[in-house]
Design a protein around this ligand. Structure first.
Ligand code: ADP
Length: 186
């Protein structure tokens, strides 16, 4: 089973992804974490990605897609993945569809964590990550609306989208996500 967690920055994708991946026995693949790990390790990829992350822009598709495909080729991804932060553009979604189709798999469900813009502003202002400076926050939200939000229609069209209310306590969000996956009692 391959799942996508979709939602604006600050929706709580990272926190939820860890829980859901563990419960579902899926590999948690977070492209933001991968870029940050690379930046910390000082790799070429990390240095490049950092320039985009710092100003709230997306890392270019070719680079991001290549990194993701390499990650999917690792053995632990064969049993299924929970994608957190990928895809973020329609081009990335199409590349993912092609890669999964080649291995006779597919995106099974897309869980959209919905949070209002006012709540996101509040949450990101409280978070102290280097890409959470005020100008960067508004840039990231605009980038989400322009480049990532079209994925909602893309997956809704394919009948794969499930909407989850992200403005509840974290445990309630986890419960709602698992319920959408048919894991009610968890
Ligand atoms: P958040 O959890 O706040 O939404 P992430 O940790 O997922 O943020 O991503 C942080 C930054 O990493 C993004 O703002 C972007 O610059 C870069 N990034 C992560 N995933 C992708 C992706 N799929 N495509 C392009 N850039 C990405």
């Amino acid at each position: 089973m391959n799942l996508i967690l979709l939602g604006p920055p600050g929706a709580g994708k990272g926190t939820q992804a860890v829980q859901v991946a563990a419960t579902m026995g899926l590999a948690h693949v977070a492209t933001g974490d991968m870029f940050r790990d690379n930046a910390r390790a000082g790799t070429n990829l990390g240095r490049l990605a950092q320039q985009y992350m710092e100003c709230g822009e997306l890392v270019p598709d070719t680079i991001t897609i290549q990194m993701l495909l390499e990650r999917l080729a690792r053995p632990d991804a064969a049993r299924g993945v929970l994608l957190d932060g990928f895809p973020r553009t329609v081009e990335q979604a199409q590349a993912l569809d092609r890669a999964l189709r080649e291995r006779k798999q597919q995106v099974d469900l897309v869980l959209l964590i919905e949070v209002s813009e006012a709540e996101i502003q509040k949450r990101l202002a409280l978070r102290a990550r280097t890409d959470d400076a005020p100008e960067t926050i508004s840039r990231r939200l605009r980038v989400y609306d322009a480049q990532t939000a079209p994925l909602i229609a893309y997956y809704d069209h394919a009948g794969k989208l499930r909407r989850i209310n992200g403005e509840q306590a974290p445990e309630a969000v986890t419960h709602a996500l698992l319920a959408a996956l048919g894991r009610d009692g968890q």
